[in-house]
Design a protein around this ligand. Structure first.
Ligand SMILES: C[C@H](O)CC(=O)SCCNC(=O)CCNC(=O)[C@H](O)C(C)(C)COP(=O)(O)OP(=O)(O)OC[C@H]1O[C@@H](n2cnc3c(N)ncnc32)[C@H](O)[C@@H]1OP(=O)(O)O
Length: 286
């Protein structure tokens, strides 16, 4: 049985905002934290726009949109997470940044049975777990982009995570959020990224070596294999910085060439061409 009513989401970028939206639309009371007032405003606008779009497209009524907005609150002070039953961290894929956040959460979240979760794509959960005094209550809850649309959530117990935490996390993910949960061991990439990232890197290598144009690579997979979007468009959607970080974590873990980021990917990250979120990636975005 899900016993979780108050959720905290750390980070309101594209994943954090999506996760906050999914939780609030499912009736949970959600507090979102960002580091600065400016970042918080951007996140708040992102959430408002997404909910307004959902109302315009008739997915939710205007009343449901307003009720959902009423369940969302915003802060720049993680100290306000004291009463949270579940916290989902969704900040950049940087081990040091995430570790520090888990140390702070451990200090501020006072509920003894609170679950501290990370939306990490590839960082070992056990490292975040042992940064806290409650490693049995730390788990990976990994959503997919766009979180309000994709049905899947990966649940990743660390070596230290208790069965009770896994069961409670599964109950909220499936019973409250209505997602389909799959379980994976705490190995970089889990299930989906372990399969997806080598595919995206192969597409980037193919583009870099001039074998085909970006449009032909994407059309190949969209029209030949019925993928909803081709690999270069998908990399732009995920964010090239995220694709590179996940690839680097997997390469560090396995030392397999198929996880090595091609030079073009790193150059695009260095240039700040991160995909849709910066207006430019493999494609331009207005
Ligand atoms: C790297 C990480 O660790 C892991 C990951 O996240 S891996 C990435 C996983 N994601 C994918 O593979 C995405 C693949 N692409 C897709 O599923 C689809 O192309 C897409 C949903 C992004 C867009 O779909 P598409 O049909 O081209 O566009 P569109 O018609 O605008 O959207 C389809 C539906 O999704 C909704 N949607 C699209 N983007 C949305 C968003 N950001 N938020 C909420 N809803 C959204 C639309 O409202 C629409 O809903 P409707 O059909 O009920 O009206």
């Amino acid at each position: 049985m899900a016993d979780i009513a108050r959720v905290g989401v750390v980070g309101c970028g594209q994943m954090g905002a999506g996760i906050a939206e999914v939780c609030a639309r499912s009736g949970l009371e959600v507090m979102v934290a960002e580091t600065t007032g400016e970042a918080l405003e951007i996140g708040r606008t992102r959430l408002h726009n997404s909910l307004s779009k959902a109302a315009e497209r008739g997915k939710i009524t205007e009343e449901e949109r307003d009720e959902t907005l009423g369940r969302l609150s915003f802060t720049t002070d993680l100290g306000e997470f004291a009463d949270r039953d579940l916290v989902i961290e969704a900040v950049v894929e940087n081990e040091q940044v995430k570790t520090e956040i888990f140390q702070v959460l451990d200090q501020v979240v006072t509920r003894p049975d609170a679950i501290l979760a990370s939306n990490t794509s590839s960082i070992p959960l056990v490292k975040l777990a042992v940064a806290t005094s409650r490693p049995d209550q730390v788990i990976g809850i990994h959503f997919f982009n766009p979180a309000p649309v994709q049905k899947l959530v990966e649940l990743i117990p660390a070596l230290t995570t208790s069965d009770e935490t896994v069961k409670r996390a599964e109950a909220v993910v499936e019973g409250v959020l209505g997602k389909h949960a799959i379980r994976a061991q705490d190995r970089s990439g889990f299930v989906v990224n372990a399969l997806l990232i080598p595919y995206l890197l192969s597409a980037i290598r193919m583009f870099e070596s001039g074998i085909a144009s970006r449009e032909d690579i994407d059309n190949g997979m969209e029209l030949g294999c019925a993928h909803p979007m081709g690999p270069l468009k998908l990399a732009d959607l995920i964010g090239l910085d995220t694709v590179a970080s996940v690839a680097d974590s997997m390469y560090t873990e396995y030392k397999e060439p198929l996880y090595a980021a091609p030079p073009l990917l790193q150059r695009m990250v260095d240039a700040g061409r991160l995909g849709r979120k910066t207006g430019s990636g493999f494609y331009p975005y207005a």
